[in-house]
Design a protein around this ligand. Structure first.
Ligand code: SF4
Ligand code: SF4
Length: 381
């Protein structure tokens, strides 16, 4: 082999899961939505046949799970058909929903189609505060109804609460609701600061004291509820000393497909400059997973700079998040600044240090939104 010839692409294990962002449409307008600031319009979405082809190719590649997400995946009228195809292919299907479009008929249809699991997201435990975050009056009440419907359908129920500076003190009540509903799992997930979350960081980032409080509450609940309810806990990186293994490592476990068919290693990868992500409309999933330059770019450890390259955690956290490295330093190939060993860690600390005492208004997630807007904008019915 020529000395300057690049090494052949590393063989990859198959993806564990396919994350299908069926649509960016959503009746809610959460200011921390992980969707990009530029939202795709309905007319640009993949059609039913294209989504089925993605699942067929994913199953052939070895994927075991499919996550239907969005936006609000229930805004797609063909969701039951997609669930049915996933079941036929033997894929474990998970619906990630805000619940506001769920009713007795639609849940019966989804159960009949073969859905395996539903994850229901909440903005808060208090109706008014939750509706304020969602930008939709009546949303919280609908979510409570959705939780009851899921429970009575016999499907496993996971509740997801998104934590930020305006609701961190209410985590004990969120856990109590999950217990009362008999949920098998609850996610207490602090906002992750990408997409709209990054745009709204000053309005959402909790204080160190708030984070410590939620951690204590979760740790105590894990002991108390052991064997009855699983509690997943996700913290914000701004007070961390080590980063998270974002997506389980770049292009190692999951594949995200956007509403228009772009295949990416994570939800926020489109924010990175210089990447041309392939489309499932003209390239096979297997080819993308095994050989697409964007998937190979940060897979494994060869790409890592110091201090990651010689660190014994490099196959634990995989150097953290590429999108966060880019957002903070302008270079996606740097060590995630969430790591205290990163030369850029001070940038992360400065954000926490400069967090405003008074939270500014939210910028709601809307097509074309640019300026802050206060208060819910519409009623749910
Ligand atoms: S985070 Fe909120 S706005 Fe974004 S898709 Fe979920 S429910 Fe809709
Ligand atoms: S130096 Fe790199 S591999 Fe080591 S803990 Fe920090 S981010 Fe992880």
């Amino acid at each position: 082999m020529n000395a300057i010839e690049p090494p052949p692409p590393r063989a990859a294990e198959p993806p564990l899961g396919l994350i299908l962002e069926l649509t960016h449409r959503c009746p809610l307008q959460c200011p921390y939505c992980s969707n990009p600031l530029e939202l795709a319009r309905a007319s640009a979405e993949l059609d039913t046949a294209a989504w089925c082809a993605v699942m067929e190719q994913g199953a052939a590649l070895g994927a075991l799970q499919v996550h239907f997400t969005g936006g609000e995946p229930m805004a797609r009228k063909d969701l039951p058909a997609l669930v049915r195809r996933a079941a036929e292919l033997g894929l474990y299907s998970n619906l990630i929903t805000s619940g506001v479009l769920l009713d007795p008929v639609s849940i019966a249809v989804l159960v009949e189609a073969g859905i395996d699991h539903i994850q229901l997201s909440f903005q808060d435990i208090e109706a008014e505060a939750g509706d304020d975050v969602a930008g939709l009056r009546g949303a919280h009440a609908r979510k409570l109804q959705a939780a009851e419907l899921i429970k009575s359908s016999g499907l496993p129920l996971t509740l997801n609460f998104v934590i930020q500076r305006r609701n961190a003190e209410r985590v004990p009540r969120m856990l109590a609701l999950a217990e009362e509903l008999g949920a098998g799992r609850i996610e207490i997930a602090h906002v992750q600061y990408y997409g709209w979350g990054l745009r709204n960081r000053a309005a959402l980032l909790p204080s160190r004291a708030q984070l410590d409080f939620t951690t204590e509450v979760v740790e105590a609940a894990r002991v108390r509820l052991k064997g009855r309810m699983v509690i997943d806990y996700v913290v914000p990186d701004y007070y961390a000393r080590r980063p998270k293994a974002c997506m389980g490592g770049w292009a190692r476990r999951e594949m995200v497909i956007t509403p228009t068919g772009k295949a990416m290693p994570c939800h926020a990868a489109d924010s990175l400059p210089g990447f041309a992500f392939a489309s499932v409309t003209d390239t096979s999933l297997a080819e993308i997973w095994r050989a697409d330059p964007a998937f190979l770019r940060f897979r494994g450890t060869d790409w890592m700079p110091e201090p990651c390259q010689s660190c014994d955690r490099r196959e634990i956290d995989w150097g953290g998040c590429r999108c966060q490295a880019f957002a903070m330093t302008g270079d996606p190939a740097r060590t995630d600044p969430a790591c205290a060993l990163s030369p850029d860690h001070a940038l992360m600390q400065a954000v926490a240090f400069e967090r405003p005492e008074i939270a500014p208004p939210y910028v709601y997630r809307r097509i074309g939104a640019a300026e802050p807007a206060e208060a819910p904008v519409a009623a749910a019915d």
